[in-house]
Design a protein around this ligand. Structure first.
Ligand SMILES: [Fe+2]
Length: 359
């Protein structure tokens, strides 16, 4: 049967759209991102339902502590600091078995930040990228950031001469743009093992700072630790949503505020971590305003000043950074000229409801 006019119109429209997309992609490719598929996409009509609670069994709990499926004789590991950070070469995340991925979860929990070099991860299909990272938990769909059309699981980080959201978010009159946070800690089940892969990067700069919230906790006196344990703090997604609304961006899910323990226990290592971050932690439950501000200021300063439990994660083409977002905070370093493009993608599996530490 001959196609109707409506069908022809639809086919024509699709063809025009495909050609337009192709031309746009070619333009982007010529002087644009190396991976135009991941160019940040915003659709203000995109809406997500509230995030639902789920049972989480951390893959790290199933892992063989010797990690024979992740770290064989061909794999080189180089620690960056005694407390956190390990560079790994000689293994492809894409080729790991389920057991290997379990061991990766354990290794990320132990070392807190892993820098996998020379990965083919960025060249896998988006479905495969999502499949691998889903091993660690359901992927958080970000309520406000750029994502990828049809793939809301991707959180896109993008900066070039025309786009500098970071500068907009922090304001232009700051002395520095360091901004410590743990990703989306306002979620009832904040992320655990988090994957971040680089697509385009400046010649130098654009590193990510990481700190160990475990070592930050360990540095405190016994008496101070006792005071913190049992306290809870409010983590809020409201400022992030309000920022997006102000600049006509999407708010795909209504923001929430969640109480989390100030000291949480990692489900795999049993380590205690100081679970506050300047980006999202707003108030200590049960404290009066000045008391809360006083204590949070001390804790934020302690985290930020502890250069002896910080590292810089550097990027090379093919780098995939995996960090355990439950026991680390991080900050971007937007220190490079805006004439450079920095383009990266995050996949953010969620983990358990934080477990409160008991003395
Ligand atoms: Fe982040």
């Amino acid at each position: 049967m001959a196609p109707s006019v409506a069908q022809l119109d639809s086919v024509t429209a699709q063809t025009v759209q495909k050609v337009a997309t192709k031309v746009a992609n070619l333009d982007l490719k010529a002087d644009g991102p190396s991976y135009p598929f991941y160019y940040p996409y915003y659709d203000n009509d995109e809406k997500f339902p509230p995030t639902e609670l789920f049972d989480h069994v951390d893959p790290g709990t199933r892992a063989n502590p010797a990690k024979p499926n992740l770290l064989n004789l061909d794999v080189k590991v180089q620690h960056i600091s005694p407390y956190l950070g390990t560079e790994v070469t000689g293994v492809q995340i894409s080729e790991l078995s389920k057991e290997g991925l379990d061991e990766l979860a354990l290794f990320a929990a132990e070392r807190k930040v892993l820098l996998f070099r020379d990965q083919d991860f960025k060249d896998l299909s988006p479905d495969r990228q999502i499949e691998i990272t889903r091993h660690f938990g359901p992927i958080q769909k970000h309520p406000t950031s750029g994502n990828v059309k049809g793939y809301p699981e991707f959180h896109v980080v993008y900066r070039d001469a025309q786009h500098d959201k970071f500068q907009e978010y922090l304001g232009g009159d700051k002395i520095n743009q360091t901004s410590w946070h743990s990703d989306v800690s306002y979620e009832k089940q904040p992320p655990g093992a988090t994957f971040f892969f680089i697509l385009d990067q400046p010649e130098t700069g654009g590193d990510t700072l990481f700190l160990s919230q475990v070592e930050a906790y360990n540095r405190l006196s016994l008496e101070f630790k006792k005071r913190l344990e049992g306290l809870r703090a409010v983590h809020s997604g409201v400022p992030q949503a309000e920022f997006s609304r102000r600049r006509d961006g999407p708010v795909r899910r209504e923001p929430i505020e969640t109480e989390h323990p100030l000291v949480r226990v990692h489900p795999v290592t049993g380590e205690k971590a100081l679970y506050v971050n300047q980006g999202f932690t707003k108030h200590i439950v049960g404290f009066k305003q000045e008391e809360s501000e006083y204590l949070l200021k001390f804790l934020f300063d302690h985290l930020a000043k502890g250069a002896d439990f910080h590292i810089r994660a550097t990027y090379k083409p093919g780098t995939v950074v995996v960090w355990d977002n439950r026991v680390t905070a991080h900050s971007a370093t937007p220190d490079f000229s805006p004439t450079f493009r920095r383009h990266a993608v995050r996949l953010t599996p969620q983990a358990e409801v934080p477990t409160e530490a008991t003395a």
